[in-house]
Design a protein around this ligand. Structure first.
Ligand code: TYD
Length: 209
């Protein structure tokens, strides 16, 4: 059986990622693929337990290194228990966030450096990578305004960090797209939902042949 494809969808806060995830799932199903939708942090029983440790509680609950290790540990379990078995069964896996979130949030915005976080992934998941990473990209100010509108002013431990942190996340995603242009595609998240979905599908073009 042919191995399925692994796609991750990324983006900062308030770029319309949930809407686009559902639209992309639907578009792939219409093309006849058996699609598994999953998310990070989470996507397996152990990783969902780690998700609660990461997203709940005080902002200062974890130091930057512990936070990065927890994301890497959750990802290791998610890859081993959920993603790899689905791909081996010929399914397409669509993940709401994956490694590039750690590179942008913990690596670039959190100050650990992208290479240090990539090293954690080399150890935790043997550097297992998506076939394609789609990054929804908006001017950071616009994204934050949308997220505040949706969530009220609160957000989770990480979503609630200051605008300078979220601007650095956006920069981190751009650095990833520059460093790995074949795998990581920046997709303009402005405009109506249908237009953005069409851009996402176009950025998957070669994989859909
Ligand atoms: P979630 O509620 O899933 O938010 P979103 O709708 O923005 O995807 O919360 C995930 C939060 O965790 C989000 O603020 C991004 C952050 N995050 C990291 O900092 N590093 C990571 O590796 C991942 C996967 C997520």
């Amino acid at each position: 059986m042919a191995r399925g494809r692994f796609i991750s969808l990324e983006g900062g806060e308030g770029v319309g990622k949930s809407t686009q995830l559902a639209a992309l799932e639907e578009a792939l199903r219409r093309r006849g693929f058996d699609v598994l939708v999953t998310r990070e942090p989470g996507g397996s029983e152990g990783a969902e337990a780690i998700r609660r440790l990461l997203l709940e509680g005080e902002e200062g609950r974890w130091n930057a290194r512990a936070e990065a290790l927890l994301f890497a540990a959750a990802r290791s379990d998610h890859v081993a228990k959920t993603i790899k078995p689905a791909l081996a069964a010929g399914r397409w896996v669509l993940s709401d966030r994956f490694l590039d979130s750690s590179l942008a949030y913990q690596g670039e915005a959190g100050g650990l450096g992208i290479e240090a976080v990539r090293d954690l992934h080399r150890f935790g998941s043997e550097d297992f990578l998506p076939d394609r990473t789609l990054v929804l990209s908006l001017d950071a100010g616009e994204g934050r305004a949308r997220a505040r509108h949706r969530d009220g002013d609160e957000g989770d431990r990480i979503g609630g960090r200051p605008p300078s942190y979220h601007a650095a996340v956006e920069r981190g995603f751009r650095l990833m797209a520059d460093a790995e242009p074949e795998r990581v595609k920046l997709v303009d998240a402005s405009g109506n939902a249908e237009t953005v979905t069409a851009r996402l599908i176009a950025a998957l073009g070669d994989l859909l042949q």
